[in-house]
Structure formats: structure tokens, C-alpha cells
Design a protein around this ligand. Structure first.
Ligand code: COA
Length: 359
């Protein structure tokens, strides 16, 4: 579509999943299916019901204030984009070190780009951030248009990342079994255990190692403070996982003194039955260099093969500077699928940009 768009007909409307009508949901699903075809046509797509449930959950997040918007073309009543911004609640354990921060996400169908709609959305984002006294804005994307847009706003690329994918047919299972065996041989005093929900006796300690290693991940230039993982968050995530019919698997390595020395987690979503997501892997500093990362990850792959034989792709996200994780992933056969960035800018700089283009 190359015709001009009258921005007066474009409406950015806050959307509360609790109050969305059936017809509005239909318009939303039409939008996200077109978007999926544009960006990930070869990947499985989530079904309508679970998308609705997930957005309900997101809008009631216990740690963060999440505002969702749809971008509507009033000439044909179509949803042509969406927008989201997120700030931590004052009651969140992560608030103290992140009270300056607002994350946002913005996405338009391809036909509606380069017509000023993104800039229009940024004005709304700016006004909200100003009202909430936020000084730093962060957004992530793996699309070229998004990267160029963020650059033109004056945002700096603060972290580069990749979505890595492993084709199951390419896995060298002999190597996987070998690493698994070596893991045990190098740490005969330790054991590994699998959890689908985290048991009450270890939840506090698990939150400590999770928080510690999560915050040790390379964050580049991102001005992000400590993110604190709490038992309440774990229980909240577990409840959502169960409601969505998903499975969250965690392997932990436990030392003879009872310490949790490491963990790795995967999420399986039955709607995307051929794909599984490898989430965080963390080993405490004092236990590194003993092959625990390899042991945990190969235990998980062996479990995946047994429990989800229909899975043919493992997907995971890595910072491009995360050498230890990339070293394990490269040898397992992960390959770059998409290259992404997290960009950040000060509110002041965004304000100057918006003022300049208004003139
Ligand atoms: C990001 C996005 C919403 C931008 O929306 P948009 O309506 O096209 O943005 P605008 O028309 O307001 O663009 C403003 C300026 O950004 C720059 N820009 C935007 N897209 C660009 C591109 N593909 N290449 C070069 N510059 C670009 C230009 O300077 C543009 O002004 P100009 O067209 O007058 O030259 C859209 O590209 C998109 O949906 N991308 C996919 C999702 C995404 O990656 N989001 C980024 C995270 S927020």
C-alpha cells in the first residue's frame, strides 16, 4: 500500500483485555496473524484463547504496571499495530534499582510503516513517561525497520543479542550423552533433580541463585538495576503456566552440603508443539568450571527427547557477549536465527527529538 495515510484517521487506543469485546478480539487476532505471516511465517502460532489469557495475565502483572494499546485505522476499523509500556510497581522488589526505567514495545503492519505513525506513538510514550517521572526508555527489536526507527529517535544500541536455534535432527546425541556422563563423573558428590514446580523447602534458596545469576548476565550498556526474583513471582508464573496448559521444567544441581549450585529451565507450549524454549541457565560463581552448565543442559535435552519427541527446534536468546553460554550452545549446534538489539534513550533526548520534528 503506497497511498498517503491521514494520521487524523489513526487512533491509538488503550486496550484492557478484561473489557475487550468479542468483535474487538477478532480484529486483534486478524492483526496478529497478518503480523506473524510477515515476520515468522515458518513458525507455529499461538491460538486465540491462549493469547487472550496471556494478555489478561500480563495486564494484571503483580510486579509491573503494564499498559496495552491497539493502533486502529478508523477508515476501515482495522487494527494495524500495537503498543505496550511497562514500569515496575512501587511494591516490586525490583523497583528500587529500576524506578527510573520504562520499557516499551511498538509494532505496525508493514504497509503502515514510514508514515509517521511510530512517531505519533512515541509522543504518547513520552507523555506517559514524563507523567510517571521516568528518565530512561528501553526497547528491543530484531526487525530492521525497528532498528532504523530507534536509531533515528537517537536511541543507542545498549545490548546486542541473538535468537539461537538448535535443530533437533542435528543434535549429536553421543556428545550429549558424553557431556552428561562427564558432568556426573566430575561432580560425583552432587546430584541433579528435575522440578515442574519448585518445592516449598527450596524456593527461597532457588530465588537467591536465580536472582544472582540472572543479574550476572551481560547487560552491555543497559541502565538496568538489579531484578529480584521472589517466591511470589515463581508461584505466579507457575499458576499461569498451569492455566495455559504449558510445562515449565527446571533441572537443579544440588551439592552434598545441600547448596543449589546451578539450574536450567525450559518451557513447553503445546500449541507450538514442534518448538521448545530454553530459558535461563545459571551456575553460582563458586561452582563454575566443573562442567555443571553442560551437565544441566544435556540432562534437559535428554529429558526433552523423552517427554516431547515431537519437538524439532529448541530456541533460546543469548547476549552476543555471553561467551560461556555461547560456547556451550555453539558446540551443541545452536545457530543464529535472528539478530536483535536492546536500545535505550533518555527521556530528555526523546523530548528533544519530538520537538525538533514538530517544527
Ligand atoms: C518501529 C515502527 C513501529 C516504526 O513505525 P513507523 O510509523 O514506520 O515510524 P515513522 O514513520 O514515525 O518513522 C520516523 C522516522 O524513523 C526513521 N525510520 C523508520 N523506519 C525506518 C527504516 N525502515 N529505515 C530507515 N529509517 C527509518 C525515519 O527517519 C523516519 O522518518 P522518515 O520516514 O520521515 O524518514 C515500525 O518500523 C515497526 O512496526 N517495526 C517492527 C517492530 C519493531 O521493531 N519495533 C521496534 C521496537 S519499538
Amino acid at each position: 500500500m503506497s497511498e498517503q495515510i491521514d494520521l487524523g484517521n489513526i487512533h491509538i487506543k488503550e486496550f484492557d483485555p478484561q473489557n475487550f469485546s468479542k468483535d474487538e478480539w477478532q480484529l486483534f487476532h486478524t492483526f496478529r496473524k497478518i503480523k506473524h505471516e510477515e515476520t515468522d511465517p515458518d513458525d507455529p502460532i499461538a491460538d486465540d484463547e491462549s493469547v487472550e489469557k496471556s494478555l489478561h495475565m500480563l495486564s494484571k502483572h503483580p510486579e509491573a504496571n503494564v499498559n496495552l494499546f491497539v493502533i486502529v485505522d478508523n477508515t476501515n476499523n482495522k487494527i494495524i499495530g500495537r503498543m505496550m509500556h511497562l514500569i515496575f510497581h512501587e511494591t516490586s522488589a525490583s523497583y528500587n534499582e529500576n524506578k527510573h526505567l520504562m520499557q516499551f514495545d511498538l509494532s505496525l503492519l508493514a504497509n503502515y510503516r514510514r508514515k509517521g505513525i511510530g512517531t505519533m506513538a512515541m509522543k504518547k510514550i513520552y507523555d506517559y513517561a514524563l507523567k510517571q517521572d521516568k528518565s530512561v526508555l528501553i526497547s528491543s527489536t530484531d526487525e530492521d525497520d525497528g532498528k532504523a526507527f530507534l536509531k533515528s529517535l537517537g536511541a543507542q544500541t545498549a545490548l546486542s543479542g541473538v535468537e539461537n536455534r538448535l535443530k533437533v535432527e542435528k543434535i549429536d546425541w553421543n556428545m550429549v550423552e558424553q557431556w552428561h556422563k562427564e558432568g556426573y563423573e566430575r561432580s560425583p558428590e552432587a546430584r541433579i533433580e528435575l522440578y515442574y514446580t519448585i518445592s516449598q523447602e527450596i524456593i527461597e534458596e532457588y530465588c537467591k541463585i536465580y536472582t544472582e545469576t540472572l543479574n550476572q548476565q551481560p547487560l552491555g550498556e543497559l541502565d538496568v538495576g538489579k531484578i529480584v526474583f521472589t517466591p511470589e513471582m515463581i508461584r505466579y508464573n507457575e499458576k499461569n503456566t498451569a492455566e495455559l496448559g504449558r510445562k515449565h521444567l527446571t533441572y537443579m544441581s544440588i551439592e552434598s552440603n545441600g547448596d543449589i549450585s546451578g539450574f536450567t529451565e525450559m518451557m513447553y507450549n503445546p500449541e507450538k508443539e514442534t518448538m521448545i524454549v530454553q530459558l535461563l541457565t545459571g551456575v553460582k560463581i563458586e561452582y563454575r568450571g566443573r562442567g555443571l552448565g553442560k551437565w544441566l543442559k544435556t540432562a534437559m535435552l535428554l529429558k526433552m527427547r523423552e517427554e516431547f519427541p515431537q519437538v524439532n527446534v529448541v530456541t533460546t536468546g543469548n547476549a552476543t557477549t555471553n561467551a560461556p553460554m555461547l560456547s556451550i550452545n555453539d558446540r551443541l549446534g545452536f545457530e543464529v536465527h535472528k539478530e536483535g538489539i536492546s536500545a535505550q534513550m533518555s527521556l530528555e533526548k526523546l523530548g528533544e527529538y519530538l520537538l525538533k520534528i514538530e517544527k
